[in-house]
Design a protein around this ligand. Structure first.
Ligand code: GDP
Length: 308
């Protein structure tokens, strides 16, 4: 079994590739839940939803979130009731949030709810939230502390970031089955997700980093950075705010205690020696995943590295 740690966008692309190159029953996904929030009284888990929709073949590859072909009638109606409606929820997507919220109010954990949704969508891979306790990524900006969703979606990652932190992380623990999956894994993949707001919170759940470190499985990562910028989104800004070097090397250094191998873009060949000086094998290849063929090729290369 292979275990992948992921957020929503870059991670979902690689998960799609992996699910085609592996028997999906051989794939366990540990998903960031520090972006989860409550809107209109509904429990929303953006990264879990993106991964679920991707694996169910429902995902919108162009937008990178939501359900392909979804309509936004309910959101329009909410606007009429005076809501700002900055977070886009499609009509079919809304059904997921209604079901999750209903089950959580009945007392089911996020793991149990995720399992119910997975079964209903006939997804063969295992999907686990990083934790069943609520953790919230907060962004301290020049305009005050806001949630990651407010920073990312409402303010379109424009405010100047002073610091990022994970509220209530110290009260969280890895969700059911997560530590066991890491211990039993044949390989562990750190997806090319935002190192500060996607992989960061997962590894910060008490006990998680040690579980990855102690696993006998090879650990391999993929850079979300090419040159000095993220392929999409604000990872470069958030890395800089946290004092990380903004480069593929900076990401490798952040995970160096865990990694056996790190995949960087051929454009970043200059970092290869520096990464290897950290004791991590640096593999240069094309890490952009714009097409299904590219997703599958990168997934194949990672699997070959871990099986060596
Ligand atoms: P979020 O939860 O929606 O923020 O999603 P993730 O954290 O999973 O993904 C965001 C990261 O994916 C960004 O830092 C991007 O640079 C990275 N990313 C997006 N597309 C690609 C791609 O095609 N290849 C690689 N290597 N990274 C990508």
């Amino acid at each position: 079994m292979f275990v992948a740690l992921t957020g929503g966008t870059g991670g979902a692309k690689l998960i799609q590739g992996l699910s085609h190159e592996l028997d999906p029953e051989e794939l366990t996904i540990i998903c960031n839940t520090a972006d989860d929030f409550v809107l209109y009284g509904l429990n929303i888990s953006p990264d879990l939803d993106t991964i679920m929709y991707t694996l169910a073949g429902l995902g919108d590859d162009v937008k990178g979130w939501g359900i392909r072909g979804d309509t936004f009638t309910a959101l329009e109606q909410l606007r009429q009731y005076g809501y700002e409606a900055w977070f886009k929820i499609g009509d079919r997507d809304l059904a997921t949030h209604i079901e999750r919220t209903k089950l959580m109010r009945e007392g089911f954990t996020l793991s149990q709810v995720t399992e119910e949704l997975r079964r209903a969508l006939a997804i063969p891979a295992t999907i686990r939230p990083m934790s069943d306790q609520a953790v919230e990524t907060k962004v301290a900006t020049s305009e005050g502390e806001i949630s990651f969703q407010e920073y990312f979606v409402k303010h379109r990652w424009q405010p100047e970031v002073k610091r990022v932190f994970y509220a209530r992380i110290e009260n969280s623990k890895p969700a059911t089955g997560v530590v066991e999956a890491l211990g039993d894994a044949e390989g562990i993949i750190l997806c090319p997700s935002n190192p500060i707001t996607s992989i960061g919170p997962i590894l910060a759940v008490p006990g998680m980093r040690d579980a990855v470190k102690q696993s006998p499985a090879p650990v391999v990562g993929v850079s979300p950075i090419i040159g000095e910028s993220a392929i999409s989104g604000p990872a470069h800004k958030l890395m800089a705010a946290q004092g990380w070097e903004v480069s593929a090397y900076g990401v490798a250094r952040g995970y160096a205690d865990l990694l056996d191998g790190f995949f960087i873009d051929t454009e970043d060949e200059k970092h290869q020696g520096r990464i290897e000086a950290l004791g991590v094998k640096a593999v240069t290849t094309s890490i952009r995943m714009d097409s299904s063929a590219e997703k599958r090729r990168l997934a194949r290369e990672l699997l070959a590295f871990m099986r060596k």
